[in-house]
Design a protein around this ligand. Sequence first.
Ligand SMILES: [Fe+2]
Ligand SMILES: [Fe+2]
Length: 237
Amino acid sequence: MIIHTIKRRLHHDIVADPILHARVLNLYLCGEAYPHQVDDYFPIRHVQCSDLASKMRNHLAEEDKHVALYSKAIKKLGAQVIQLPNDCIFNHVIRGQTANPWAVQPTDKQDQVNDRVANFLAHAHFLERRIARSLEFHLEACAQASTDYAAKAVAAVLQDEQGHVTYTAAAIYDLVPTQRAKTILASHAQSERRANLEFSAGQLKRLLFEESDRWPVQRKPIYQACAFAMREVLHLV
Ligand SMILES: [Fe+2]
Ligand SMILES: [Fe+2]
């Protein structure tokens, strides 16, 4: 309950300052653009089921649409979109915590290909879940933003992300046997838990330092303590 209250307050404090707000939208944006930075996201040509292939194509198109929505919102807040290093991109951080690579190899048999695709979808599923959770807090805070557009953009993105959460998990059970699906999901759930702590602690610490004057003085020590605590918890999970 207390974590929920702090997260809620954190997003309100972020949205209250247009530059802080733009910097956080920029973090979301970099994740949306990440599929085009790597060569193993959305392995659609290896998917045999036409319905799943179509859902994945649609998913990728929606992520591209989200880049445009966030870009426009950032500009309306009076800021510019900036390129960020990999440690500021949640997708990169989560794969750093992931043991199972999903890039299809030329020697893979069909069962192995399906297993790789299932691993990609599990990676995407937990990533999408984490983003959707974060966007729920952010959307509520957006009511006080200096532009209405941010709330409209975030609401549209959140609706799409909830669809991505659902289909990615369901498809895994069609690709691999049930027990294997559960094992894959459990493994990527653990990756997301660790990555979430690493990413949240790192980004909160960075924004508190780089935008030091933009945070409410009375709550800054609380957020600094949260960033420290998340780093410590990372050693325990
Ligand atoms: Fe997205
Ligand atoms: Fe998504």
